[in-house]
Write a protein that binds this ligand. Structure first.
Ligand SMILES: [Zn+2]
Length: 298
């Protein structure tokens, strides 16, 4: 099974993050508390989560931001979690509007990624890779160990200390750090922030729906109404609320209902209100995300 949002939420809730608390230049703090904020933003729908076919994950600081999870299997390995948390470090930079250069942003994320692996496994060693990437990761590990970024105490890194790492990045194979500005734009903050869901609400309930539990099926009338509602262009809260409601409903679909609904959602069927609203009122990213959920119920 592909990675799920629950895998990501669990990674952000990993007690191992309690051992990580560092800052590059004093302008961004990477800590369990900050990851907790990102987790809340995901639950509130302020950061959208989806998966794609690539082997790497990516955080796109769009409006709203989207975190693309890598093509991997659930439940996640430590390595897969480290990749997800790397992207969540970019989310911290974005959400907290950190004034960073692109490479500062990247090096912070890589140091977190390696520090996390070292917390999870004190004998962690750099995995085999092509020479430039191996050297880069191994140099990250050396710095993490030297500064004890896995040991729990607060550590302040200077820009000078990470300069040798940043210098390697533009020539790393893959060309990730050349001119892909959207990948790691410095923090601008979230444009619209929906309130966090109170923690005593069915937040974790999403993961608790047992297979044998039954919920009333959404009627066509209800779905047509939910999908058909019109929101003003700037009503992000209204739009986001619909997406969350839809997601909650889809996550509980019976096999029969999901099987009947899927073809109506996968393609725009003229004359079918639900199908047309689904295509006309939701973004491509949201549609794809919803289709994944419906498919998972079939
Ligand atoms: Zn990155």
């Amino acid at each position: 099974m592909a990675l799920t949002e629950t895998d990501l939420l669990d990674a952000l809730d990993d007690p191992a993050l309690g051992f990580i608390n560092f800052s590059l230049g004093g302008v961004v703090q990477v800590s369990r508390q900050k990851f907790g904020v990102i987790r809340e933003h995901i639950l509130a729908g302020n950061i959208l989560v989806t998966s794609w076919g690539e082997t790497h994950a990516q955080y796109v600081a769009s409006d709203p931001p989207v975190l693309y999870m890598q093509n991997d299997t659930s439940p996640v390995s430590t390595h897969a979690r480290a990749l997800l948390l790397h992207e969540c470090t970019h989310a911290i930079v974005h959400v907290f509007a950190v004034n960073f250069g692109e490479l500062d942003n990247e090096v912070t994320a890589y140091l977190l990624q390696v520090a996390y692996q070292l917390v999870k496994n004190p004998h962690y060693a750099t995995a085999p890779n092509n020479a430039p990437w191996f050297k880069f990761f191994d140099d990250c590990l050396t710095l993490v160990k030297k500064r004890g970024l896995n040991l729990g105490g607060y550590q302040l890194l200077s820009f000078k200390e990470v300069q040798p790492l940043e210098d390697q990045m533009p020539s790393l194979p893959g060309g990730f750090y050349k001119d892909d500005a959207s990948r790691t734009s410095p923090g601008t903050g979230l444009k619209d922030v929906k309130p966090f869901i109170p923690t005593n609400e069915p937040v974790s309930g999403r993961a608790q729906y047992a297979a044998h539990e039954t919920y009333p099926e959404p009627s066509d009338g209800y779905l047509a109404d939910l999908l058909g509602r019109r929101y003003a262009k700037d009503d992000v809260a209204g739009y986001g609320g619909r997406v969350r409601e839809l997601e909650a409903v889809f996550r509980r679909l019976s096999k029969a209902k999901a099987t009947g609904l899927y073809p109506r959602l996968a393609m725009r069927v003229a004359g079918d209100n639900i199908s047309m609203s689904f295509h006309d009122h939701l973004s491509t990213i949201t549609r794809n995300r919803m289709l994944v959920i419906v498919r998972s119920r079939m």
